[in-house]
Design a protein around this ligand. Structure first.
Ligand code: PLP
Length: 463
C-alpha cells in the first residue's frame, strides 16, 4: 500500500537554510535608498537588528541554523509529508499528489518557521519589542506565538478587513500576549493620513507595513524593531526548511523527484519555502515545473510589471526590484487576506524573470470549489490562501490524467482554515463573486511609479 504520511525523526530536521541568491543564474538588482542609490545595509539598522540584516544581504548558499532555533522548531517540525490518495482516487488521476503539511504548527501555518528565527535573532541583539503587520492574521499569530516563546513584546497592525472578518485571530494573538489593533489606525502618522483620505478603506498589507515600520523606528528607547512575515530574503531563507524536508520525505516515498511543485503566493515566502530547494535542482538540470499561484484579485506576477517599488504604502521601505501592482494598490476584500499584497519577493520575482517559475492566477470561486472538494475527499479544511495551491494541483492532476502520465505533484499545504470559516459561510450561501482585477485599475495603481527607477529584466534565456 502507498504511504499516506511520512514523518522524519527530529534528528532529520535540516541543519542549514538554503539561500537561492547563491544559485540564481542572473544577478539580483540591489534595493535602492531614498536617494535612488543602492542601499547600504547599515541604513536598515533602525528597522532590523544587524544579525538579520547580515542574512538579508548574504550570498552564501547554506546558512547554519543555530541550535537554539532548531530546538524551538522541533516543537512542531519536521512537518509531515502526506499523500492525497482520496483526492487522487476521486479525480481518477495517475498523478501522485503529495503535500507538505505546514498546518501542524502552533499558529496553524508555515509562518512560525521564520517567526521563531526572527524573534530569536532580535532577542540575541538586545531588542525588547517587535512590531509587525498581518493580513489574514496568520503572520500576526505566528509572531505573537514566537515573541511569547522567546520573551519579547509584540504589537500587530492587522488589516482592517481581516480584523473584522477574522476576530478569532485577534483573540489568538492576545492569548499569546500580543497587542493587536486594526490598520489603518489613529496611532501612527501614516495611519492618520490614510484615514483622512479614505476613512472607510478596508486597509491593505502595504498600509499596515507603513504603520508597523513607523511604530518601530520612532520608538525613542531604541529597543523596538520591525519584523516582516514575507517578501525579504531572510524570511524566504527561513522557510526553506519546508522544501528541504520534503525532498528527504519524497525519497522515502520512493519518488526520485517531483515533476510539478506548487505553492500559493502572497509576498512569496510560502512558495519560496516549498520551491527554492527544487529551483536549485532545476538550475542544475532537473526538469521540474514550478508554479506560484496567486488570486486574480491581486495578480502581481501574472499582470504586474517588474520594476522598482516600495514595499509599503507610505514609502518608508527601500525601493525593491519586484513584480508589483503599485504600492498604493488596495485589493478587493477577498478572503485570502494573506495573498492581498501588491508586491512580490525580489528573489521570487527574479526567478520569474529568469523563467524558472510559471505563475498562474485563480479566482476565489474556483479556489473555494477546490477547498470544498479537498474537505470532502481529504477531510481537512484549508486556509483560503492554501486553496489556491489546491485548485492548481487539481488542474495539474487532471492534466496528468489527460496525458496519461504518472506525474509526481508536490504542493505546500500552507495552513488550516479553522479560523477562516466566515469565508466558507459566504461561499456556501452564494455570496462570493469571482473577482478579477480589471486592467484600468492596474494601470491606475501603477501611475505613481512612472518616474521611479526602472529595474532591468536580466535573464540568461536558458528557461
Ligand atoms: C495560510 C497561508 N498561506 C500562504 C500565505 C502566503 O504567504 P506569503 O506571503 O509568504 O506568500 C499566507 C499569508 O498570510 C497564509 O496565511
Amino acid at each position: 500500500m502507498p504511504f499516506k504520511k511520512i514523518f522524519l525523526n527530529e534528528k532529520d530536521i535540516p541543519r542549514r537554510w538554503y539561500n537561492l541568491a547563491a544559485d540564481l543564474p542572473s544577478p539580483m538588482q540591489p534595493p535602492l535608498g531614498p536617494d535612488g542609490n543602492p542601499l547600504k545595509p547599515e541604513m536598515l539598522a533602525k528597522v532590523f537588528p544587524m544579525n538579520i540584516i547580515e542574512q538579508e544581504v548574504s550570498t552564501a548558499r547554506w546558512i547554519d541554523i543555530p541550535d537554539e532555533i532548531l530546538e524551538l522548531l522541533t516543537l512542531w517540525r519536521p512537518a509531515p509529508l502526506r499523500r492525497a490518495l482520496a483526492l487522487e482516487k476521486y479525480l481518477l488521476t495517475p498523478a501522485h499528489i503529495y503535500y507538505k503539511d505546514e498546518s501542524t504548527s502552533p499558529a496553524g501555518s508555515h509562518k512560525p518557521n521564520t517567526a521563531v528565527a526572527q524573534a530569536w535573532y532580535n532577542k540575541k541583539f538586545g531588542i525588547k519589542r517587535l512590531t509587525t503587520e498581518t493580513g489574514a492574521g496568520q503572520w500576526g499569530c505566528a509572531l505573537a506565538f514566537a515573541c511569547n516563546l522567546i520573551g519579547l513584546e509584540c504589537k500587530v497592525y492587522m488589516v482592517r478587513i481581516s480584523f473584522d472578518q477574522k476576530p478569532l485571530r485577534k483573540i489568538m494573538m492576545q492569548t499569546w500576549g500580543a497587542n493587536c489593533i486594526a490598520s489603518p489606525s489613529g496611532q501612527t502618522h501614516a495611519g492618520r493620513q490614510i484615514l483622512k483620505k479614505m476613512p472607510h478603506t478596508p486597509g491593505s498589507l502595504g498600509i499596515a507595513i507603513s504603520e508597523a515600520v513607523e511604530d518601530a523606528v520612532t520608538d525613542k528607547s531604541g529597543s523596538s524593531r520591525y519584523s516582516l512575515g514575507s517578501v525579504l530574503n531572510h524570511v524566504l531563507l527561513h522557510q526553506t526548511v519546508i522544501g528541504l524536508e520534503a525532498k528527504k520525505q519524497l525519497k522515502i516515498a520512493g519518488e526520485r523527484k517531483p515533476d510539478v511543485v506548487i505553492g500559493c503566493v502572497g509576498g512569496g515566502s510560502n512558495f519560496a519555502g516549498i520551491a527554492f530547494p527544487f529551483i536549485c535542482d532545476k538550475i542544475h538540470g532537473e526538469k521540474i515545473e514550478i508554479i506560484p499561484v496567486e488570486p486574480t484579485a491581486c495578480p502581481t506576477l501574472t499582470k504586474g510589471p517588474f520594476t522598482y517599488d516600495f514595499g509599503d504604502t507610505a514609502g518608508l521601505t527601500p525601493l525593491l526590484p519586484m513584480y508589483t501592482l503599485g504600492h498604493g494598490f488596495v485589493p478587493e476584500p477577498i478572503h485570502a487576506g494573506g495573498l492581498r499584497y501588491h508586491g512580490m519577493a525580489p528573489l521570487v520575482s527574479q526567478a520569474a524573470v529568469e523563467g524558472l517559475i510559471n505563475p498562474r492566477a485563480f479566482d476565489q470561486i474556483k479556489c473555494y470549489e477546490a477547498a470544498m472538494l479537498w474537505a470532502k475527499t481529504e477531510g481537512t479544511i484549508c486556509a483560503p490562501e492554501t486553496s489556491h495551491a489546491i485548485a492548481c494541483t487539481i488542474d495539474e492532476a487532471k492534466k496528468a490524467k489527460k496525458e496519461g502520465k504518472e506525474k509526481v505533484i508536490l504542493f505546500c499545504y500552507s495552513g488550516h482554515g479553522l479560523m477562516d470559516l466566515a469565508g466558507y459561510d459566504k461561499f456556501l450561501s452564494g455570496k462570493l463573486t469571482a473577482y478579477s482585477m480589471p486592467k484600468h485599475k492596474i494601470e491606475e495603481s501603477l501611475r505613481p511609479l512612472k518616474n521611479f527607477p526602472k529595474a532591468r529584466k536580466i535573464k540568461t534565456g536558458r528557461w
